[in-house]
Design a protein around this ligand. Structure first.
Ligand SMILES: [Zn+2]
Length: 148
């Protein structure tokens, strides 16, 4: 695709490997075109800009209780609705869960002060800062993070 060229709907479809109805849908959704002539022409640079914008718009931000999985490329709700909060600094840390799609660990940077919002309905346990596992069953540190 060349930005200084203009393309017909059919050409764009062939170029990008999409159906021409898909291109017509883009036109309806805001892709600019030179419509005072037949066939209408789509400018290369407008097409590039439109597709970039679309790609950004499709990047769905994580909702509360979701963690983005880089492998599945979508925000996921951690398996079992459980996540661990790993403090990295006094003001923030990682929310860590297991991706239900691929089984990998998924991480989300969260602000400590916003954790109660970002965790959504997840059950969050507090991890020790230095990966020290406390086996004494002392769970008092979790209290403020646990769901009521
Ligand atoms: Zn995944």
């Amino acid at each position: 695709m060349k930005i200084h060229r203009s393309y017909t709907v059919e050409e764009v479809g062939r170029l990008l490997g999409v159906h021409k109805n898909t291109v017509r849908e883009w036109l309806r959704n805001g892709l600019p075109a030179l419509t005072d002539q037949r066939p209408l022409l789509i400018l290369g640079h407008e097409l590039v800009a439109y597709l970039n914008h679309r790609r950004r718009a499709n990047k769905r931000p994580c909702q509360p209780g979701e963690i983005y999985c880089v492998c599945c490329r979508v925000p996921q709700k951690p398996a079992e609705g459980m996540a661990e909060y790993q403090p990295l600094t006094t003001s923030g840390g990682n929310l860590i869960g297991i991706c239900p799609g691929c089984g990998r660990l998924i991480y989300r940077r969260v602000n400590r002060a916003r954790l109660h919002l970002d965790k959504g309905d997840l059950t969050v346990t507090l991890a020790k800062a230095r990966g020290h596992i406390d086996e004494s069953g002392q769970l008092s540190v979790n209290c403020d993070l646990k769901q009521e």
